[in-house]
Design a protein around this ligand. Structure first.
Ligand code: ATP
Length: 305
C-alpha cells in the first residue's frame, strides 16, 4: 500500500489555545479516513496543516510524498480541498462557478458541467450562488473541490447543516468518489457518519488523537455488552432471567420498564434463542456499542457534537 499522508508530531497553538497537540497519523492511498471529534477538538486545524494551508509550529507532514508547506504548487493539481464555509462569487450561477474553478486547472466546460451532474445540481445550474440553499451550496463546494479530478480529497464537515435526505445523498456521492480510487479525508462531528463512511478514523479531543482504527475494531475493543430488547409483557422478568441463565447467558442488566423488556449481555446468542423458543420476539431490537460508546470510554464523558 502507498502512503498518501504521513503526519508526525504536529502541533499548533493559537495564543493560549493548544489547538493541535502532537498529532501523528498515516493515511494510505485509497482510504476513506475520518478525523472525528466534538467542536473545538482540533480537526480543522489538523486538516489545514495536512493540506498545506497552515504552518504547524512543530512536526512533519508528507502529502503524496511531498512536503505541503511552504505551499507546494506541484501538489495543487493532485489534491482537492473543500472548506467548512465556502465563499463563492455571489453573482455567478452554479454553472459559471464550477466552470471558473475548473478553468484554473485547464479543465474545460463540458467536464466541469459533468461534476454539477454528479452532485445533483444540473437542475440548479442556472441558480445564482447567493440564492442557493445550504445543501446546494455544500454540493457546489464539493463539486468545485473535485473539478480537476484530484487523487486526494479533503472535506471539512461536508454534511453539517444538511437535512437527513441530503446527508444520505451526499454519503452516496462520497462513497462513489472513494470507490473510484480517490483517497478521501473528512472531518466530522457526526459519529454515525464516520461509522458508515470511513475505513479508519482518528478520534480526536483537545488537540490529541485518542485512538485510530476501523470503526468496527474500536467498538470491538470496548468488549461492551449488547442490548437486546423486545416488547414488554411477552415474558416476565424473573422467568426471563432463569431461562437466560439456564441457557448460559451472563446477564449484565435486565429490566422491564413497561414498554420494553431489555437485557444487556456479552453473549446475545443464547438470549435470542430463548426469546425465539418462548415466542417472545415481537419488537425485537439488538443494539451493539457504537463509536459514541468508544468516545465515552476514551474521555469519560458523553459525546456532544
Ligand atoms: N484562527 C484561530 N485563532 C485562534 N483560535 C483558533 C483559530 N482556529 C481555531 N482556534 C481554536 O483552536 C481550537 C481547535 O479548533 P478547530 O477549528 O481546529 O477544531 P475543530 O475540531 O475543527 O472544531 P469545529 O468542529 O468547531 O470546527 C478551538 O479551541 C478553536 O477555538
Amino acid at each position: 500500500m502507498t502512503t498518501a499522508i504521513a503526519a508526525d508530531g504536529i502541533r499548533k497553538r493559537y495564543g493560549d489555545v493548544q489547538a493541535v497537540d502532537g498529532v501523528s497519523i498515516t493515511v494510505e492511498a485509497g482510504e476513506f479516513y475520518g478525523l472525528l471529534g466534538p467542536n473545538g477538538a482540533g480537526k480543522t486545524t489538523t486538516l489545514e496543516i495536512l493540506e498545506g494551508i497552515r504552518e504547524p509550529d512543530e512536526g512533519r507532514v508528507e502529502l503524496l510524498g511531498l512536503s505541503p508547506w511552504p505551499r507546494n504548487t506541484q501538489l495543487l493539481p493532485r489534491i482537492g480541498v473543500q472548506f467548512q464555509a465556502s465563499a463563492f462569487f455571489d453573482k455567478l450561477t452554479a454553472r459559471e462557478t464550477i466552470r471558473t474553478f475548473a478553468s484554473f486547472y485547464g479543465v474545460g466546460p463540458k467536464r466541469a458541467d459533468s461534476w454539477l451532474e454528479r452532485v445533483g445540481l444540473t437542475d440548479s445550474a442556472g441558480v445564482r450562488t447567493d440564492k442557493m440553499s445550504g445543501g446546494q451550496a455544500q454540493r457546489l463546494s464539493i463539486a468545485c473541490a473535485l473539478a480537476h479530478d484530484p487523487e486526494l480529497v479533503f472535506l471539512d464537515e461536508p454534511t453539517t447543516g444538511l437535512d437527513p435526505q441530503a446527508r444520505r445523498n451526499l454519503w452516496d456521492l462520497l462513497r462513489d468518489i472513494n470507490a473510484e480510487g480517490r483517497t478521501v479525508v473528512l472531518t466530522t462531528h457526526y459519529l454515525d457518519e464516520a461509522e458508515v463512511l470511513c475505513d479508519r478514523v482518528a478520534v480526536m479531543d483537545h488537540g490529541k488523537v485518542l485512538r485510530t482504527g476501523t470503526p468496527a475494531a474500536l467498538v470491538r475493543e470496548l468488549d461492551d455488552t449488547v442490548r437486546v430488547s423486545v416488547e414488554s409483557g411477552l415474558l416476565a422478568v424473573e422467568r426471563a432471567r432463569t431461562l437466560f441463565e439456564a441457557a448460559g447467558a451472563e446477564i449484565a442488566a435486565l429490566e422491564d420498564d413497561g414498554v420494553l423488556l431489555s437485557v444487556s449481555t456479552r453473549l446475545p446468542a443464547p438470549v435470542l434463542s430463548v426469546l425465539a423458543e418462548q415466542g417472545a420476539l415481537r419488537g425485537l431490537e439488538v443494539r451493539g456499542a457504537t463509536l459514541e460508546d468508544v468516545f465515552l470510554h476514551l474521555t469519560g464523558r458523553e459525546y456532544r457534537a
